[in-house]
Write a protein of this length. Structure first.
Length: 320
């Protein structure tokens, strides 16, 4: 994912949520609708989340140092995980609490036209925000389905914004239905039910975000397509006899570590092995530009004996 594309979607969502949060809260003050209060907190939490995503992207750009020799790329994962926690605690739990409170003490909605007008405007603004996120996501999604994109994206910002925007639109729909039924029936219990639906929705989205970002924090390897491309790059010449094994790890959304053990012929001089390694590294970086840190370990590969498995003998290590 391009940093500019992710930032564009985040800024669009932040501007939309900030304006929506203010208008929703004004509508709550005049109408007393619990759905409007829940949606106000929801939009406020979303706006704060977007600021956290921008902060995480900025901190991730810091250069590597002695304490963090592989850099700060995973800062983006940390802040995305914090976003899921905030969405759960501030948005979801508060909405559930407010809905239960209004179920116990329901009251009709004052100035009913105001929350309905605000919700309609909010739906339009959130639709524009979602459209921006969809356009930016389509630039990097490729042939993946939306579920695959959210589950396998290594850059967390766009999936987070997408899920937040979808949750926001669904939440607005729940609020609109709840307020409308309360206005039609004169019974505030429908407004409370809409608030509970909003809370449940936010909790589900927060759990999904938490699961996906936790996986990135723990450490994910290259996608199947990138792993195949790296393997093809390593084996694309006649420098080695066999790729013995390979491991990959994302140090950040745009930085992939590649470590591989390569089987060379036993009679190659050291300077020839070194030249071959440089050639292989160039092919890897051409095939997968995010493979920025590469460790290739040359070994002697011996074919399997009739009564035993193949063996490898370490002769030297090369780091780049």
């Amino acid at each position: 994912m391009s940093a500019s594309g992710g930032s564009k979607a985040i800024i669009a969502a932040f501007l939309a949520n900030t304006g929506i949060a203010v208008t929703k809260f004004i509508a709550f003050v005049f109408s007393g609708s619990s759905s409007m209060l829940a949606e106000s907190v929801h939009s406020l939490a979303d706006a704060g989340n977007q600021l956290l995503l921008l902060l995480g992207g900025r901190k991730a750009k810091r250069a590597a140092d002695k304490e963090h020799p592989f850099g700060y790329g995973r800062e983006r994962y940390v802040y995305a995980f914090v976003v899921s926690i905030i969405l759960f605690s501030v948005g979801g739990v508060f909405s559930i609490y407010e809905g239960i409170e209004k179920l116990q003490h329901p009251h009709p909605i004052d100035v009913p036209w105001l929350p309905l007008l605000v919700l309609t405007i909010a739906i339009v603004l959130e639709s524009f925000s979602l459209r921006t996120a969809i356009v930016e996501s389509n630039l990097v999604r490729g042939k993946q389905t939306w579920v695959q994109f959210v589950r396998h994206a290594k850059a967390p910002e766009l999936p987070v914004v997408l899920l937040e925007d979808v949750a926001a639109l669904l939440g607005l729909t729940f609020a609109f239905i709840g307020v409308s039924l309360s206005v039609i029936t004169g019974d505030g219990i429908w407004d409370a039910i809409g608030t509970l639906f909003i809370g449940a929705l936010l909790i589900v989205v927060a759990i999904l975000l938490g699961i996906e970002t936790k996986s990135l924090l723990v450490g994910e390897g290259a996608t199947d397509a990138d792993a195949a491309a790296i393997t093809a790059a390593i084996e694309g010449g006649d420098e080695i006899e066999k790729l013995i094994h390979m491991k990959t790890l994302y140090l950040g959304p745009d930085e992939l570590l590649v470590a591989a053990k390569l089987g060379f012929a036993t009679d190659l001089p050291l300077h020839v092995v070194s030249t071959h390694i440089d050639t292989i590294e160039k092919r890897i970086r051409t095939a997968v530009p995010t493979a920025r840190i590469i460790y290739l370990e040359p070994d002697v590969y011996r074919r399997a004996a009739p009564d035993g498995p193949a063996t490898e003998t370490i002769v030297l290590k090369s780091e780049d």
